[in-house]
Design a protein around this ligand. Structure first.
Ligand code: NI
Length: 170
């Protein structure tokens, strides 16, 4: 396993659509393993393949790790089947360091995905971190970052802040 470099905003690859996975092989398994290791090392609760520069529909998530109960979920080709009601959730993103903003999300979601072997499964979540994280990561696969979910003024201000920070970091 390897820790991969995480791309930060405004990297172009964060704005691109990830392609559906069609081959379930050792390469996919290694990508998922590396993404999980990268996420845990960061540390973060979720990571989409775009964030490590791979435009494939792969997401890793673990919303219970911080509670000492690791529960890794790997979602290949995830899609939202049902979405109901709304909620505000304070989110951060490994590609947008130090940004923590309230984002409007669906309160309840049902997601269908495949595991690394191509077996389909469903995940349901309501009003919790998992519900927000599923939507946040699926957004990434469509080239959408949490900044895009904010109002125009806030988005502009954060855009400037992030550019400055990136320039300062070299
Ligand atoms: Ni993110």
């Amino acid at each position: 396993m390897a820790i991969l470099p995480i791309l930060t905003y405004p990297d172009e690859r964060l704005k691109q659509d990830a392609k559906p996975v069609t081959v379930f092989d050792e390469k996919l398994r290694k990508l998922a393993d590396d993404m999980a290791e990268t996420m845990y090392a960061a540390p973060g609760v979720g990571l989409a393949a775009n964030q490590v520069g791979v435009l494939a529909q792969v997401v890793v998530l673990d919303t219970s790790y911080s509670e000492g109960r690791p529960n890794l979920i790997v979602l290949v080709n995830p899609e939202i089947l049902e979405a109901q009601d709304t909620m505000e959730w304070e989110e951060g993103c490994l590609s947008l360091p130090e940004v923590h903003e309230n984002v409007k999300r669906h309160r309840r979601v049902k997601v269908r995905a495949m595991d690394v072997d191509g077996n389909p499964f469903e995940v349901e979540a309501e009003g919790n971190l998992l519900a927000a994280a599923l939507q946040h990561e699926i957004d990434h696969l469509k080239g959408v970052v949490l900044l895009d979910r904010l109002g125009l003024l806030k988005r502009r201000a954060l855009h400037r802040t992030l550019l400055k920070r990136k320039a300062a970091a070299g």
